[in-house]
Write a new protein. Structure first.
Length: 165
């Protein structure tokens, strides 16, 4: 007589890991759906951004890319100055070795002044400056999906423009 046993493998996942994995799956499905709708010629450009697009942009700016860390001034205690949200700030990060072209100041992003949607797409999707030059460190080079880039632009444009410094 042959006895077949069935092995049960249990994987213990913590709640935060499960949430992250679920989020990755949702984002992958959303990006695949968006790409396929663009392929059919519908595109994603809108005259007025939706609340969902602005909310997505806020999430990408504040929680994923963490743009606020460099583009928002800090209070003396190190916390972000919420009264000058994304208003531009001196760069507080310094390289351990000198790096050519290191930026001294992060520009204002609130209201997204000085950039057209096409210029913003070039920066966020191709990782290039307005003239095709590399972005100055410590700015990260991003190669975002078009819908994500436009969500970021929608969020930044929804903010009141930062006062000139």
């Amino acid at each position: 007589m042959v006895v077949k046993s069935k092995a049960v493998v249990r994987v213990k996942l913590s709640y935060p890991i499960l949430v992250v994995l679920l989020g990755i799956g949702v984002l992958a499905a959303r990006n695949a759906r968006s790409a396929s709708s663009q392929d059919r010629g519908r595109g994603s450009s809108q005259l007025e951004p939706s609340d969902a697009q602005i909310t997505r942009g806020k999430y990408l700016v504040e929680e994923v890319a963490r743009c606020t860390e460099c583009h928002t001034p800090h209070n003396p205690d190190g916390s972000l100055d919420r009264t000058r949200w994304l208003a531009g700030s001196p760069i507080w990060i310094r390289p351990t070795q000198p790096i050519s072209g290191w930026a001294d100041r992060a520009p204002a992003l609130a209201g997204f002044p000085g950039y057209s949607d096409q210029q913003a797409a070039k920066v966020l999707e191709q990782g290039q400056g307005l003239e095709g030059e590399p972005l100055r460190p410590p700015m990260h080079t991003y190669h975002l999906h078009h819908n994500d880039a436009m969500a970021i632009v929608a969020y930044l444009r929804s903010l009141p423009p930062a006062p000139a410094h």
